[in-house]
Design a protein around this ligand. Sequence first.
Ligand code: GLC
Ligand code: GLC
Length: 655
Amino acid sequence: MSIAQDEIDFKADLTLQRLQPQLQEVWQTSQIDDVKIHEFESRLNEHWRPLFGLLFQLYSSRYDFFYHIEQVLLTAARGWAERPEDLCALDRHRINEPNWFQSERISGGALYVDLFGENLSKLREQVSYFKNLGLTYLHLMPLFAVRPGNNDGGYAISTYRSVDPRLGTIDDLRLLAADLREAGISLVLDFVFNHTSDDHEWAKLAQSGNREYQEYYYIFPDREKPEQYERTLREIFPTVRRGNFTWHDGMQQWVWTSFNSFQWDLNYTNPAVFRAMLEEMFFIANTGIDILRLDAVAFIWKQMGTNCENLPEAHTLIQAFNRLARIATPGLLFKSEAIVHPDDVVKYISEHECQISYNPTLMALLWESLATRNVSLLVQTLRHRYKLPKNTAWVNYLRCHDDIGWTFDDADAQAIGINAYDHRKFLNDFYTGQFPGSFARGVPFQENHETGDMRISGTMASLAGLEQAIEEENEEKKELALRRMLLLHGVSLSIGGIPLLYLGEEWGMLNDYDFVKDPAKAGDSRWIHRPKMQWQFLEELDDHIKAGNGSIRSTIFRSTQKLIALRKSLPALAGQDMELIATANEHILGYVRLYEGNRLIVLANFSDEAQVIEGNKLRTAGLGRFFQNVIDDKTYATSEQLVLAPYQILWLNRV
Ligand code: GLC
Ligand code: GLC
């Protein structure tokens, strides 16, 4: 039976009234001033009813619901009380400018602290490098303390309260955050909230037989329940272990582990878990984080008889976290990491859930277009999938630390006569270099021989043909690989949203085959595209500038840097408004970007041959007769046909 909104609001108000005295206690012990208290209370008034409604949906059937609500509120109050003054100042700013992340001036990068800078204090010396490259957003891959041995690249966290000692300390993190803020760079960290490592304190207590903590996870005495669940679950890491459950010898019980066997899924049907993770979230945010990347959002709620991905309660949960962030850390944004079907990806994106989200469909389809030299599936998909709700944005990326999965919609493919199953097989063949004529040097990830499912690992440069070209010492192929990379950057930087570089891309870093030498990494091919930064590239860059010539590396770097700078100079690239242009050429992607009366036209040729588009198309889309490509300053008249060189991308301004 559903309860009327009015009834829930009444309960919400009464609950808050009852909790007021405890709130006063927090204020007294924390000794914050009246202004700060007032700010919290006015935000609480604004968000309390919706928050209460969300938690009521999830947890009202619990006998101890009131206790947990109380704890959640007090956790939020403490989160705000402990928030450092400089972050509160930023909050005040961002409350008035909630769309700051939609600016054309924003440009992101992601990296592993150890692979890029060794540790956090060394990384502080590289802030000028990020500035030089034009970055205003930096995602550091998980840097918290992890279990010994395999830790899934930092995603098996033993405590959210300390940094991996090899990388530094929480204070180093705070110092870096402050330096970055000073340099105008927002800091992004993961909120790995679907699972903890098997050596997290909660997991250890569970292992010691503590029932309260066993309820933090999904633990089963025998195979009965796991087998019932298993009927409708998919396998995320089938080469690691079959199924989704792991036997724990010490407990003599089965544990739910969607990913690696040492990553224990948290049980969010237990409100104590929600409250505990909320406290961790505030702790992380208060070290100076602007954006939290919500890891593996699809998996956070399970229900028997479903695939336990993207369930409605997963959204309710994230919305509850979001309301609490609005109350206690209001400048904080959420970024969703949902690498799932496009219909599901978009459901996490809203100003009340995740304001920004990875765009895995665009990423996969850009690579698809390079392989097929045809943009039909990309266009078919963008046509009805690019638009987002207001006050949100895509994060557009080309490569990241994870694999590429071909997550387009089968019906989108069908609509243009493509068989999805065969097409995915083709793409896997192409990107592993099996397909005749392929330029790519990727390797398989998590091949499932039963389902035929497979994903691809490899760096951007190796997938785009640079590795092959270098090996064959073929200058022409090098040039084509370079053009492919710049084509993809040119789209990601202009199509609308936050462009995100996976650092190393700016140098065309190749696959690192040595990962197999490390037993903790050998079983996971994603390490092939997590190479160590080679700083000598930067030194060579200086030499070349002095000598006036350029290697392929320095060309890649300079061109990427230039595109980023150009993006930041073009007001039309703010926001998310994008209209496709019917180019009448299946090799050319075309769109108009619009923002507050500014317009920019983008034409991108995905074929390795020159392609033509009628000037008239440009005239009607761009409302002008002469255009200048801001990338090379060349001017075009719409009275003539436009010719795009192989893999050329044009950013056209009306002149
Ligand atoms: C996310 C991460 C991935 C990790 C997984 C489990 O998908 O991006 O690297 O393996 O979550 O934490
Ligand atoms: C993610 C995705 C999966 C991805 C994996 C990390 O959450 O769902 O497709 O490959 O975790 O590799």
